[in-house]
Ligand binder design. Structure first.
Ligand code: BEZ
Ligand code: FE
Length: 288
């Protein structure tokens, strides 16, 4: 086509796509470009804005490496990660949620009742529940990969003062499907804002905060793996998570437990005399 105009360019683009070796790619790209053209036309995108956008993407790439996933963060704050996640979530089990960039593989084994708090300050939290199927049958031998920030709001990979695996643990359920551990009560924290995504949030008048949460990846033979997080009722950011990860069934309530009531069967059982909080949360997996 030699007579390309602003009104026909989208159709011209689509007409240039012939027999494809990858029909799904052709479908996705056709749709993406349709929306991209419509977006540019709708906002009457200027040359300067287009250049700014290209520069933004280049800088996002420049700052990204094996540890810093700025493109993933961009997808997260745009709500794309959560939307893709929800498009493929099944309603029967516990809802899934965003993985985030701070999961690390190889977490140390955490026995049932084990502790992740170590010497850190913070309110002691007992977290436990059953890994089960939607009918209530406990799942034996499920692995629960658990991670959270330290009380300073930083993940171990962001904080030179923490060990690699601090606040990371991998637990395996017994015949009763139970997982149980102690840690500190999670805190709210901002996603990294020292890169292009931080500038973008600021420019849009958005804050960077996530409500306090605990991350879980739950896996069991014959079941669909679950990547999720649980959030605390009452958190000030619960209704404005900057990465859109909160789902109604992922909101839990802490029980305030009085001094002297710490349960048996935990690594900290003989050590915690003060008040603490507990959270009971079952993790429900669906069959593959
Ligand atoms: C997180 O919860 O670890 C997280 C998720 C998305 C972006 C940044 C952090
Ligand atoms: Fe997190």
């Amino acid at each position: 086509m030699r007579n390309v105009t602003k009104d026909n360019i989208t159709d011209v683009f689509l007409s240039y796509m012939g027999e494809s070796t990858n029909p799904r790619l052709a479908e996705v790209m056709g749709s993406l470009v349709k929306h991209l053209h419509a977006f540019a036309a709708e906002v009457n995108l200027t040359h300067a804005e287009w250049e700014q956008g290209i520069d933004f993407l280049e800088r996002t790439g420049d700052i990204s490496d094996a540890e810093r996933h700025e493109f993933v963060l961009l997808s997260d704050v745009l709500g794309l990660s959560s939307l893709v996640d929800m498009l493929h979530n099944t309603s029967e089990g516990t809802s899934s949620s965003v993985l985030g960039p701070f999961h690390i593989t190889g977490a140390p084994a955490l026995p049932i009742g084990g502790d992740m708090k170590g010497a850190f300050d913070g309110t002691v939290m007992v977290a436990e529940g059953i890994v089960r199927d939607p009918d209530g049958t406990p799942i034996k031998g499920a692995t629960v990969d658990i991670w959270q920030t330290a009380p300073n709001g930083l993940y171990s990979s962001q904080d030179p003062d923490q060990d690699t695996y601090s606040f990371h643990g991998l637990q395996t359920t017994g015949p009763d499907g139970r997982y149980a551990f102690t840690s500190v009560k999670p805190v709210e924290y901002p996603v990294p804002t020292d890169g292009p995504v931080g500038e973008l949030l600021n420019g849009m008048g958005r804050h960077a905060w996530r409500p306090s949460h605990l991350h879980y990846i739950v896996k069991a033979e014959g079941y669909k793996s679950l990547v999720t997080e649980i959030f605390a009722e009452g958190d000030q950011y619960l209704d404005q998570d900057t990465v859109f990860g909160v789902r109604e069934d992922l909101v839990m309530t802490y029980q305030d437990m009085p001094a002297g009531s710490f349960p048996e069967g935990f690594a900290l059982s003989d050590q915690v005399k003060d008040a603490y909080v507990r959270v009971d949360f079952d993790l429900v997996l669906v069959k593959v």
